[in-house]
Ligand binder design. Structure first.
Ligand SMILES: *[C@@H]1O[C@H](CO)[C@@H](O)[C@H](O)[C@H]1NC(C)=O
Ligand SMILES: *[C@@H]1O[C@H](CO)[C@@H](O)[C@H](O)[C@H]1NC(C)=O
Ligand SMILES: *[C@@H]1O[C@H](CO)[C@@H](O)[C@H](O)[C@H]1NC(C)=O
Ligand SMILES: *[C@@H]1O[C@H](CO)[C@@H](O)[C@H](O)[C@H]1NC(C)=O
Ligand SMILES: *[C@@H]1O[C@H](CO)[C@@H](O)[C@H](O)[C@H]1NC(C)=O
Length: 661
């Protein structure tokens, strides 16, 4: 590995910490103990066992002393087993170790145990959401928020609630109300002040007056490196502690990106049948079996007739899912999926335009068929997550419908179609107007912001897997919106090198994905890099009509860069001197992102920072890129290529070998 390369990597690590203003998810939040990620995108910190405890921790130490201030935001809800009795509660914890060394459940909240509780050597700061009144710790009540140092006794605490901005009135909140609430913790070293604000999730702007404001210099408790976690525990009374959208950021600002537009409804505490009821059940079942045998004979005829229209409804679908459309609704909306309504045929199916009866809202319905029930169920579970994503640069998923072997996904209709139509105009200057550089640059930033959200700002890392101009849609205000996420996964049946089926679009698939079959955020960055290049150059990745050295877009751009003429790669209509700096920047960034070596590609947070001008590309970038290039990549065998050609999703064939820089 060359020296320059090492330097470059360090730069990107720094970007990530200092820049993105989030050290969010990025795959580094890890559940431990009883904690699990559930199918709907929540983290559930405790389970239905008595005396359970769990935590979600950020698996990277944070050099907390380097920050003059930081803030933590998360949404949570507590669903107790019994309506009016809490369990023990949860806490945000700053500690010198990761994991749960010797922690106890019950009143210790999975943070301390009877021996180390209150020890000065702990160096632990906890902000607790306590739902049990422990006399031993002098708790004020069974519904309070407290700040704890090194032990379970709170230094300051207050009954749960918030101060209304309008009239300054205090409103009580019940922590065990099963409602989603948000906790905002902010610490400023210069003010030596820690503020804690609790408020209902439906209030999007945090109340100005915090619930707790503690004037204390916390730096004596900070070791060089600290770990952040959120912990919860139960005792003999059980409860589920839900958590979502955790955002840890330097600075005291309230992050505007943290907004849950669709408030999920939490499922009730799972019912567990007792032994007594079980006995009754067995008796009833035996009796009803006899009855059922008779009835089934009569009923079978009706049953089979009904099964055709019966739609399988899973538990989670009732609880959280995005809207589930009836097939009839979609059938009517698209006038029976008539050819006339067809908007296009993509890799994974056809898209129809429709209008929902009784509203003028236009929708786009994507029909995709799938024969594997297994993959389908998994994907449907994922839809409940996707359906809750809200970002101005993502195409909104309105709902879905499953009918026979087909899955229908319903999206907002995007009147201006997809980006590829603007880029590859067959007869330029005519039919459609070309995009100006300002429009193109905005589109690039829009897509980058959507990807940053999926990769780093949502509590789970979401990999798009199929970024290309055809999946970027343009809305009526010329904003770009990323569509079709997750679909590639549905069609990627787990990668088996023997039968190699890879879903995605050839040309946009990162080389390591071919070798490992594993999609990562870095494979998305690869495809995004190529997309940037296409937007600037206004042409496809492979263009047979061009001169031989210009056929493969990336190779050609790199060639021009080496002779100092990268500017000339941009499309003529936008190649103006006043755009030069931005054009060159995007071209270089595009080449960097689409680098063969995944380790060279920056994270989306860095990409975004470079695009907004908050960071610069390193001066020696070209050397690094070409040095890595010389290391070479293993060739892709023809067999894999042939197999891939049979996949409907692949739109460009035969491009890999020539593309292998
Ligand atoms: C709860 O979590 C604990 C710790 O991981 C585990 O031992 C226990 O089996 C879990 N209980 C249930 C009901 O899943
Ligand atoms: C957490 O971080 C440690 C040290 O950086 C690493 O060894 C470990 O694999 C990480 N764990 C996970 C699950 O990523
Ligand atoms: C309490 O936790 C400490 C570590 O913090 C551990 O060394 C000790 O054994 C634990 N004590 C008990 C009784 O679990
Ligand atoms: C809020 O809760 C406190 C403590 O439980 C109680 O004393 C007070 O009356 C409540 N106020 C309102 C307005 O419900
Ligand atoms: C804490 O809250 C008070 C009252 O709103 C505010 O004046 C102060 O700036 C806040 N401190 C921090 C560190 O945010």
């Amino acid at each position: 590995m060359s020296r320059e390369f090492k330097v470059l990597q360090t730069i990107f690590v720094l970007f990530f910490i200092l820049s993105s203003s989030t050290y969010n998810s990025n795959g580094k939040f890890i559940p431990e103990g009883a904690a699990v990620f559930d199918a709907s995108g929540f983290i559930v910190l405790t389970n239905t066992s008595k005396h359970s405890y769990g935590q979600l921790f950020y698996n990277q130490s944070i050099p907390i002393k380097e920050y003059s201030s930081f803030s933590i935001n998360f949404f949570f809800a507590i669903v107790p087993e019994h309506n009016h009795r809490g369990s023990h509660g949860m806490a945000f914890v700053i500690s010198p170790t990761r994991g749960l060394p010797g922690a106890s459940s019950d009143q210790y909240l999975g943070i301390f145990n009877a021996t180390n509780n209150g020890e000065n050597s702990n160096n632990v700061i906890a902000i607790e959401l306590d739902i049990h009144k422990d006399e031993e710790f002098e708790d004020i009540d069974d519904n309070h928020v407290g700040i704890n140092i090194n032990g379970m006794r709170s230094v300051v605490s207050a009954s749960a609630g918030y101060y209304d901005d309008k009239d300054g009135k205090f409103h009580n909140l019940s922590l065990i109300s099963r409602k989603l609430m948000r906790l905002w913790i902010v610490y400023s070293q210069s003010d030596k002040q820690l503020n804690v604000t609790l408020f209902p999730a439906e209030i999007s702007i945090p109340p100005r007056k915090p619930l707790l404001s503690w004037n204390q210099d916390l730096s004596p408790y900070f070791m060089e490196e600290m770990y952040f976690s959120i912990r919860a525990s139960t005792g003999s009374i059980r409860a589920l502690h839900y958590l979502t959208s955790v955002l840890i950021a330097p600075g005291v600002e309230d992050p505007s990106s943290l907004e849950l537009i669709a408030l999920p409804i939490l499922p009730p505490y799972p019912k567990k049948s007792s032994n007594k009821t079980r006995t009754i059940l067995v008796v009833c079942l035996t009796l009803s079996m006899i009855a059922a045998l008779v009835a089934s004979w009569i009923g079978s005829v009706f049953y089979w007739r009904h099964k055709k229209v019966k739609e399988v409804l899973e538990e989670w679908e009732i609880q959280y899912g995005p809207h589930r459309f009836a097939f009839k609704e979609l059938f009517n909306a698209t006038k029976g999926f008539k050819e006339k309504q067809l908007l296009g045929r993509g890799g994974f199916g056809q898209v129809f335009k429709g209008t929902l009866p009784g509203s003028d809202a236009d929708i786009a319905v994507k029909r995709t068929s799938h024969d594997s029930r297994q993959g389908m169920n998994e994907f449907l579970a994922e839809i409940s997550t996707i359906g809750r994503l809200r970002h101005p640069n993502l195409v909104r998923l309105l709902g879905y419908c499953r009918h026979k072997e087909d899955l229908y996904l319903v999206y907002d209709f995007m009147p201006n179609g997809s980006l590829d139509k603007y880029l590859y105009r067959s007869n330029k200057n005519e039919t459609q107007e070309g995009l100006t550089w300002e429009q193109r640059f905005k589109i690039i930033k829009d897509v980058a912001s959507a990807l940053l959200y999926l990769h780093q700002e949502w509590v789970q890392v979401i990999i798009h897997r199929d970024i290309k101009p055809a999946n970027v849609l343009i809305d009526h205000e010329m904003n770009a919106r990323l569509g079709d996420f997750g679909l590639a996964k549905l069609h990627d049946q787990g990668f088996d090198p023997q039968t190699s089926r890879v879903a995605g679009t050839l040309g946009y698939i990162a080389p390591e994905f071919i070798r490992t079959g594993r999609a990562t955020t870095s494979t998305d960055v690869y495809a995004f890099g190529l997309l940037m290049l296409e937007v600037v150059c206004g042409r496809r990745l492979i263009e047979r009509r061009e001169a031989e050295n210009e056929e493969v877009l990336v190779d050609w751009i790199l060639e021009l860069w080496e002779i100092g003429k990268i500017f000339e790669a941009s499309e003529e209509s936008i190649r103006q001197e006043q755009n030069r700096a931005q054009l060159e920047l995007v071209l270089k960034l595009g080449v960097l992102c689409s680098h063969q070596a995944a380790s060279v590609r920056p994270a989306m947070s860095s990409v975004m920072r470079i695009l907004t001008g908050d960071s610069q590309l390193p001066d020696n970038l070209l050397e690094v890129i070409t040095a890595e290039k010389l290391r070479g990549q293993p060739e892709i065998s023809m067999e894999v290529l042939l197999d891939m050609n049979s996949m409907s999703a692949l739109t460009i064939t035969n491009s890999f070998i020539s593309h292998g820089r």
